[in-house]
Design a protein around this ligand. Structure first.
Ligand code: F6P
Length: 323
């Protein structure tokens, strides 16, 4: 391998810049040229490709977002789109790709790698933490910290007014952010898509005497069709228990921004170096993960399987701690 391309794709996450920096510098350290591809797979199709030197990634480790921009690209899902992408890649003398993103990114990578025999290594960049084969994805820790900072603030006003808040957090179809932010912010409960139906979870909460003498209550709700989201739950609560003064906050894209935490910078840096090592070792179609603090290689097909388990025993911990 003489030249790699690097891109970020899908929803951005804090720490993607640290990953770009690491991939770029580790490649150059190993005598490999680096081509930066802008706007994910879209830039591969529209030929937005620039050579990077080490200084192109200076002073970005602390920045949120991605200097390479990101996009979700419908055209890359078509054979014609991928053909153009491959032609541009070859014209730019790129022999291998490092793609930073989530399951959509790896799904595209897997098909492209198979179709054109391209070595591709992925880095898990998503706040959702929903990729199998890594304890943590790049951006997840920062998003968790952003959430608890917001929840702490909401707790102040919730307490003053003795209100019940439903706070909706991101996660697409996974409850990692909801469950762990609930634990870290001392929330009374978390409603996650991995568990039963929203009505059951709400019923269970009420049955268990949730609220009791508390002067404020916070329920973290994972966004998803399964939970129905915070608004739906608040409506339900209002209907069944009009005595509660209910409010809703949807945290939204605030969760995707901000300077990455030390944890996210560190895993991004380690994973970037590991991606170049893996390519030099002729590995392909794998995601770099970290499990029990060790670098692991996870085939794309496994990483994107939709069944990374949340630790449901944490719901028990949450309910013990909110008596
Ligand atoms: O995958 C990251 C994520 O932030 C999800 O948590 C969320 O469901 C989705 O992306 C939002 O996507 P968009 O930024 O396109 O609205």
């Amino acid at each position: 391998i003489k030249c790699i391309g690097v891109l970020t794709s899908g929803g951005d996450s804090p720490g993607m810049n640290a990953a770009i920096r690491s991939v770029t510098r580790a490649a150059i350290f190993n005598g490999i040229r680096v081509k930066a591809i802008y706007r994910g797979y879209k830039g591969l199709i529209t030929n937005e490709i620039t050579e990077f030197q080490t200084q192109n990634v200076s002073n970005i480790i602390q920045q949120g977002g991605t200097i390479l921009k990101s996009a979700r690209c419908a055209e890359f899902r078509t054979p014609e789109g991928r053909k153009t992408a491959y032609e541009n890649m070859k014209a730019a003398e790129i022999d291998a790709l490092v793609v930073i993103g989530g399951d959509g990114t790896f799904t595209g990578a897997r098909i492209f790698a198979q179709e054109y025999n391209v070595p591709i290594v992925g880095l898990p960049g998503t706040i959702d933490n929903d990729l199998y084969g890594t304890d943590s994805t790049i951006g997840y820790d920062t998003a968790l910290n952003t959430i608890i900072e917001a929840v702490d603030k909401i707790r102040d006003t919730a307490t003053s007014h003795e209100r019940l808040f439903f706070i909706e957090v991101m996660g697409r179809d996974a409850g990692f952010l909801a469950l762990n932010s609930a634990l870290a912010s001392g929330a009374e409960a978390a409603i996650i898509p991995e568990r039963e139906t929203q009505e059951d979870q709400l019923e269970e909460l009420i049955k268990n005497g949730f609220r009791k003498s508390k002067n404020s209550s916070i329920v973290i709700v994972a966004e998803s069709e399964i939970t129905g989201g915070a608004n739906a739950l608040a409506e339900l609560m209002h209907k069944e228990h009009p005595e509660y003064d209910v409010r809703v906050t949807i945290l939204g894209h605030i969760q995707r921004g901000g300077s990455p935490t030390a944890h996210d910078r560190i895993i991004a840096s380690r994973m970037g170096v590991a991606a170049i090592d893996a390519l030099l070792d002729e590995q392909r179609s794998i995601m770099i993960g970290i499990v029990n603090d060790e670098i692991v290689h996870v085939p794309f097909t496994k990483a994107i399987k939709d069944d990374k388990p949340v630790d449901e025993t944490l719901l028990g911990v949450l309910s013990i701690l909110s008596i």
